[in-house]
Design a protein around this ligand. Structure first.
Ligand code: TYD
Length: 200
């Protein structure tokens, strides 16, 4: 539940690399705007200027895992304060491309689920109204360059997928198939938001 005083909705779209999250976030935003909803799209790591600067540091520097975790969390606190919470107060539907589930899946695997779970549950980190995991059975066979998170290959990808699915069961995140035509995936996501009363 979002904290008191907050009027909008926080929707998190998550899942392992290459399942089409960013494409779907953009498509979903367009469809929601066509229906007259005020939508704010953002991503983690990122958000505002400070968040984007942190993103560059995190993705382009070889960091020890604790520093990396703490930078993700610092970036999240900043992102919430500067971007997400003002938009929610203004009644917008905020669509986030990645949030706490990424930290649990990626940093939890390195540092331990218990401690990462505790840190990601600090009161500063607003709970989303809904968290959707985009799940693909068949990732594009593209683990080439981009950033160091994507170089670890298919086996690591499968491990992350299975961690997403297992956390989804634990935390009640909604799993939506990202397979098939983009239009069909967007329709599935809209159906989830509709079932949560977020389209009216
Ligand atoms: P990005 O290029 O945004 O990945 P994608 O296009 O797949 O969404 O890179 C973000 C990377 O940061 C991604 O590999 C996951 C990682 N990440 C974490 O490890 N922990 C986190 O808390 C977040 C938000 C992202």
């Amino acid at each position: 539940m979002a904290s008191s005083g907050v009027r909008g909705s926080l929707v998190v779209i998550e899942g392992p690399d290459r399942v089409g999250k960013s494409t779907q976030v953009a498509r979903l935003a367009r469809r929601l705007e066509e229906e007259g909803r005020a939508v704010k799209v953002s991503r983690e790591p990122g958000g505002d200027q400070v968040g984007e600067a942190l993103r560059t540091v995190i993705l382009e520097t070889q960091l020890d895992p604790w520093t990396e975790l703490l930078l993700f969390l610092a970036g999240r606190a900043r992102h919430l304060a500067e971007v997400v919470e003002p938009a929610l107060r203004g009644g917008e539907l905020v669509l986030l491309d990645r949030y706490t589930p990424s930290t649990l899946v990626y940093q939890g695997a390195m540092l331990g689920d218990v401690v990462v779970g505790e840190l990601t549950s600090l009161p500063v980190f607003l709970l989303p109204n809904v968290t959707v995991i985009l799940d693909c059975v068949n990732p594009l066979a593209a683990f080439d360059d981009a950033d160091r998170f994507e170089r670890r290959g298919l086996r690591a990808w499968e491990e992350r997928r299975s961690r997403y699915l297992s956390f989804a069961r634990q935390f009640g995140w909604i799993v939506v198939s990202g397979d098939g035509p983009e239009q069909a995936v967007t329709d599935r996501l809209l159906a989830v938001l509709s079932s949560r009363g977020m389209l009216g």
